[in-house]
Design a protein around this ligand. Structure first.
Ligand code: ARG
Length: 571
């Protein structure tokens, strides 16, 4: 694909003494107002180096660029060079690349030979899988897809919260008040009930806490009776999580969670000791990070048991030794910022030079209209309920519309679940937001259903034209000069930008950049559809327009795929 920005910088570097390609690259702008051109080059900074007035410099540069076929027009306006790309060159580049690359369009070889770990979802076993979990799950899944398209080999890890003293409490409660059937029928609700009951009872009878601690100690030692129960709780919870993952179309390569590291920790406690980083404090062990402004991290408790942070240290080293990652990405709420800063700092102090290749990708909080979520007070919205409700509601709409020749149940799933995911991926991940039913299920505006519908519209247009995508791709003599109307050009330009957008989303770990871009493509397509008569008599013109339709369809489809959302052919 011709990289126009790259070409511009090459021409400038070749023709202007004292400006390198890199300098030029850092100066080229994309004007927000297209009247100022597709690219602009400000010359203020060059006045010193070139000892010339900026407008004169701009004039020289404009003269050089104007000689090139890539541009339709190059203007000097004050200190700026404004460049207008040749419409034909850009449209041709966008359409042929999208058609040639097909489902790989938007991708690159940037990550070739590099392994990236994306850790996401990572819920706590035996706790409800609620609307808050959608964030890590869906953002992480999208980051995985983005890195995969950029050529990286991606390993997806679900770092389950399957360890800790709460399992002592749960086993204790199960033995006292529980029964097997309830756990099998409704694992999470039941186990959660045990946990809550335990807390109530322990307030009256504190000896229960000792009992739970003893049980956890046995679990840590690997006593079969405790291990068996713990494993069963884990399996039953996972069954329930997997039901939701299936609905979302999300999978993992590894479910190695906290328990997996339980026997790998002594090594790190020892390493910390040997490096003189570990301090004793009232029988517990800590690492003091005050000098880095990161407080104090508790590594082992006074009874010798390890903590969440110890397991993260062990996990990072295990992953480096097992996968030799280029980047190890954690999609985890911003509430855990300090936790991540602490353990990454500790791994660095241990002398692991790759410590900063561990990247925490934080995101903001979801709250409910009635306030923050609280498991104890029963203020939770289960993710599964949200998804089911979205599917049901979509089905009602579909039944009313009664479209011909579509599998309504399948479409309702694709569109309903897609709507929830799309909404989740629409905002900057770091922003907090309030979960509102009406908003999730509102299908108007810049939403998933709108984008999916636009995709289906492009598919229907191609069907109506009676020409197969293969025939369009095989056509040798596409005349791109026939696609120069404003709305055709605006659309082609967005398609042209798609690969850069994907790369940017990867660099910033920010799927919403893709989401916004495919909304823009959908809007531009609908404008094109409105402005242009597509199925015209003239075969040449029709073919060129259909090629643009197909390139649009491919871009939207690939964009939705990066968000983890299906793109139905009919709606
Ligand atoms: N299970 C944790 C929670 O629900 C999230 C785990 C995040 N990952 C990690 N490596 N610490 O809060």
């Amino acid at each position: 694909m011709i990289n126009f920005k790259d070409e511009i910088c090459k021409i400038i570097a070749e023709n202007v003494d004292g400006i390198s390609y890199e300098d030029a690259l850092s100066m080229v702008e994309v004007p927000t107002d297209t009247k100022m051109g597709d690219y602009a080059f400000p010359c203020f900074k060059l006045a010193k180096v070139l000892r010339k007035a900026p407008p004169l410099i701009a004039k020289d540069i404009a003269g050089k660029l104007a000689e090139n076929q890539l541009f339709e027009k190059v203007e000097q306006v004050n200190a700026y060079v404004n460049m207008f790309l040749s419409k034909k060159a850009l449209v041709e580049e966008a359409v042929t690349t999208a058609l040639d690359e097909g489902e790989h369009f938007g991708g690159s070889e940037k990550g070739k030979g590099k392994k990236v770990i994306v850790e996401y979802s990572s819920p706590n076993i035996a706790k409800p899988f609620h609307i808050g979990h959608i964030r890590s799950t869906v953002i992480g899944n999208s980051i995985y897809k983005i890195f995969e398209l950029l050529g990286y080999e991606v390993i997806r890890i679900n770092h389950l919260g399957d360890y800790g003293t709460q399992f002592g409490k749960m086993i204790c409660a199960y033995r006292r008040w529980g029964n097997k059937e309830d756990v099998v029928n409704e694992p999470i609700k039941t186990l959660l009930g045990y946990y809550t009951k335990f807390h109530k009872e322990a307030e009256k009878d504190p000896s229960l806490d000792d009992e739970a601690r003893e049980i956890f100690a046995k679990l840590e030692k690997g006593e079969p009776a405790e291990v068996e129960l713990w494993q069963w709780f884990r399996e039953e919870s996972l069954k329930e999580f997997n039901r939701v993952y299936d609905m979302l179309g999300i999978t993992f390569d590894s479910y190695n969670g906290e328990s997996f590291y339980s026997d790998k920790m002594p090594r790190f406690v020892k390493e910390l000791e040997e490096k003189g980083i570990l301090e004793e404090s009232q029988g517990a062990h800590i690492v003091n990070l005050e000098d880095a402004g990161l407080g104090v991290a508790l590594i082992t408790k006074s009874d010798g048991s390890t903590l969440y942070i110890t397991r993260d240290i062990a996990a990072a080293v295990y992953r480096k030794e097992t996968y030799d990652f280029y980047k190890n990405i954690y999609v985890v709420a911003s509430q855990q910022n300090l936790h991540f800063q602490q353990w990454i700092e500790i791994v660095e102090r241990l002398g692991y030079e790759w410590a900063r290749d561990c990247v925490h990708v934080p995101f903001g909080l979801v709250s409910l209209e009635e306030g923050t979520m609280s498991t104890r007070e029963g203020r939770v919205v289960f993710l599964e309920d949200v998804l089911n409700k979205a599917v049901e509601k979509t089905k009602e709409i579909m039944v009313e519309k009664n479209p011909e020749g579509v599998d309504i149940d399948q479409i309702a799933k694709d569109v309903g679940i897609g709507a929830v995911m799309f909404q989740e991926l629409s905002n900057n991940r770091i922003k907090d937001y309030t979960f509102k039913w009406d908003k999730v299920l509102n299908f108007d505006g810049e939403t998933g259903p709108y984008v999916q519908y636009t995709h289906a519209r492009s598919a229907s247009l191609l069907r109506k034209a009676g020409i197969s995508p293969e025939d369009i791709k095989a056509a040798k003599d596409l005349d791109f000069s026939l696609l120069q109307g404003d709305s055709s050009f605006a659309l082609a330009k967005l398609i042209y930008q798609f690969p850069t957008v994907v790369e940017d989303a990867g660099d910033k770990y920010e799927p919403s950049i893709v989401t916004r871009h495919i909304v823009n493509i959908a809007q531009a397509f609908n404008r094109f559809y409105h402005d242009e008569h597509i199925l015209v008599e003239d075969e040449k013109e029709k073919l060129a327009k259909l090629a643009l339709v197909l390139a649009t369809k491919q871009s939207i489809r690939n964009g939705l795929a990066l968000l983890g959302i299906n793109a139905p052919e009919k709606m």
